[in-house]
Design a protein around this ligand. Sequence first.
Ligand code: AMP
Ligand code: MN
Ligand code: MN
Ligand code: MN
Length: 276
Amino acid sequence: MTYDLHSHSVYSDGTLLPSQLVARAAQRKVTTLALTDHDGTGGLEEARAAAHEHGIELIDGVEISVTWRGCTVHIVGLGISALNSKLQDGLAATRGGRLERARKMAAAFDTMGIKGTLEGAQVLAANPELISRTHFARYLLQQGVIKDVKSAFKRFLGGGQPCYVALEWASLSDAVRWINGSGGLAVIAHPGRYPLDTGQLRELLAEFRDLGGAAIEVVTSSHTPQQYRNFAEHARHYGLAASMGSDFHAPAESYHDLGGLPPLPDGSVPVWTKLQ
Ligand code: AMP
Ligand code: MN
Ligand code: MN
Ligand code: MN
């Protein structure tokens, strides 16, 4: 079995249609794929039909943007029900601020002499409700302003950079409640990526566990092998299960393709043992 429990389609900031994503996963021998678009579940229906066609298992997922103590943290929901109205209301509220934020980011680019970023990003965002920093980064790449998506974040879009606009996302407790309330399991995405010191990280994990969180991502594209071991140990310590997923967005942008990650460290409790 090959699990990949974190991926994106054009319904958020991926570049593949859900059907193309599933086909690629199947071709790469993934047996269980979770589609986890940011703040929305619009791609799941198409993904389900494609998964049926290709004979792979699809886990209904989502990746919710959360603000925890001023820091953006991503919470993946696995095995959610997209029909749950509290979850859908929560997701709609969470993505509701994105257009206004995009306008502010574009204004910041304007003052730097980089014009047309809002329109440019909107053309690249297939889902008008889900305009993300990634779409701005891809527009800058297209225009030759930067050489890869990563440098767009380093120079303009990352925290503390000139075109970064903070947005208050969902609270951690709301996100976990929406996920659990719809029958899913809550997973802290890529914990190694947050600008938190060890003490803050421990507080996040303890609070998440106490709220009913189920797992943390241990093996994911943005973690080093040292971080695989480190977060496997954190998971054990807090009684959380371990998840793995490539966080695949686009063929040209990902370090690890679908299904291309190493297995969970020995002794981990895989999150899929808790999924029905
Ligand atoms: P947003 O939800 O609009 O704030 O955009 C966040 C998305 O930007 C993440 O889900 C990633 O896909 C992407 N992202 C964030 N930081 C980086 C980075 N340093 N390099 C490449 N992509 C990034
Ligand atoms: Mn993304
Ligand atoms: Mn994320
Ligand atoms: Mn993601």
